[in-house]
Design a protein around this ligand. Structure first.
Ligand SMILES: [Zn+2]
Length: 187
């Protein structure tokens, strides 16, 4: 499910995606919401799958496989909010790391891939420490919500934008039209 409410996607406010690169481990604070999306990779770009909101998704119909991605709101060590992109297996490791994590704790995540191939599996490890509400507030100073993540993905993926004055269903119809034009080579 990509949307359950319609954000104003004209807003310039957006954040970048952090992708895990082989041989370059990264450590960051886990601070925000998680957005789980079914996507399609087609003609060198990402698109959201339009099911189940629409009965048919043009990319499913032509046999392009679905790919699951989870986007976690994080704060990188330079203090900037970003979205960490994880596959389902990487997300399962993340969930394991924080299974017993108390609510009032700061979560520090390290992600990496073995050097070599670009698509080597992602390794996730995590640490947490209990803290006071003040410390937690400071650690989570920059929090990403789902709407900001959705808005950012729409910009990063080059999808049609709106000012938020249309319904979710109308936006899906706009996306369907856009994707059909991409398939037909008109975009
Ligand atoms: Zn689809």
């Amino acid at each position: 499910m990509f949307f359950n409410s319609m954000p104003d996607v004209k807003s310039p406010n957006q954040v970048q995606i952090v992708r895990v690169k082989a041989g370059k481990p990264l450590t960051m604070y886990l601070t925000g919401d998680c957005l789980q999306v079914m996507t399609h990779w087609y003609k060198g770009k990402s698109f959201p799958c339009l099911k189940p909101e629409l009965d048919n998704c043009p990319l499913c119909q032509i046999g392009v496989v679905q790919r699951y991605y989870a986007y976690y709101g994080i704060r990188s060590q330079d203090g900037k909010p970003r979205m960490l992109e994880l596959t389902s297996t990487a997300e399962a490791q993340l969930t394991d790391c924080f299974r017993n994590c108390p609510i009032e704790s700061v979560m520090l995540v390290t992600v990496g891939r073995e050097p070599g191939k670009r698509n080597n599996p992602i390794h996730v490890s995590g640490n947490y420490k209990n803290c006071s509400p003040e410390e937690l507030g400071e650690a989570q100073r920059v929090v990403l919500d789902k709407d900001l993540m959705k808005r950012s993905l729409i910009h990063l993926w080059g999808l049609p934008t709106t000012n938020g004055n249309i319904t979710v269903h109308e936006y899906y119809l706009t996306l369907e039209k856009h994707i059909k034009e991409v398939i037909n080579g008109n975009v």
